[in-house]
Design a protein around this ligand. Structure first.
Ligand SMILES: [Zn+2]
Length: 172
């Protein structure tokens, strides 16, 4: 009884595996990219035996890779530990309007950049919706519909914020 069961399962798995392998083979044959990849894999496999790469050499490469990963991780960690003081400077009143923003590390520029810079409503501190494409730019509060005149563009505001930090006006 048990043997019969095992035999039946064996046949079933054999059939599934057969269909699977055929599907993979067909897929490789139908896609030139995959057959190229297949040839590359074969070539690497053959090379391993040709150059007699030992398991030790593979292990050394793996260990070196892990050490390298660890070092990169440590460097990243130390960067976050010594975060500059200006990161606390996230709000200021400039030209009678409160502006709020966040800092984000930019991998591309390798420095912190200002993101989500927004003027706030004087009444309820809700970030204003900016209409800064017109000649007279203004901000409107989505909550209380109060509008205020926006005298500085976001681009100018960013420059002022960065200048404030450089001049040490704000570095608490
Ligand atoms: Zn408001």
């Amino acid at each position: 009884m048990e043997e019969k069961k095992i035999a039946r399962y064996g046949a079933l798995w054999g059939a599934i595996l057969g269909v699977f392998m055929t599907a993979i083979y067909d897929l490789i044959k139908s896609k030139p990219f995959l057959s190229t990849l297949w040839r590359v894999i074969n070539w690497i496999w053959d090379s391993i035996f040709m150059y007699q790469v030992t398991i030790w050499q593979i292990l050394i490469v793996v260990i070196l890779f892990l050490i390298f990963k660890r070092i990169v991780f440590e460097i990243k960690l130390s960067e976050t530990k010594d975060s500059p003081v200006f990161l606390d400077y996230k709000e200021d009143i400039i030209n009678d309007t409160t502006w709020r923003w966040e800092w984000k590390w930019s991998v591309f520029e390798k420095s912190y950049i200002i993101v989500n810079l927004e003027p706030l409503c004087k009444e309820c501190e809700t970030p204003l919706k900016l209409y800064d494409f017109s000649i007279n730019p203004y901000g409107e509060c989505p909550r209380c519909d109060k509008t205020i005149k926006i005298t500085k563009t976001k681009e100018k505001m960013e420059r002022i914020i960065i200048d404030n930090i450089k001049k040490g006006v704000k570095n608490k």
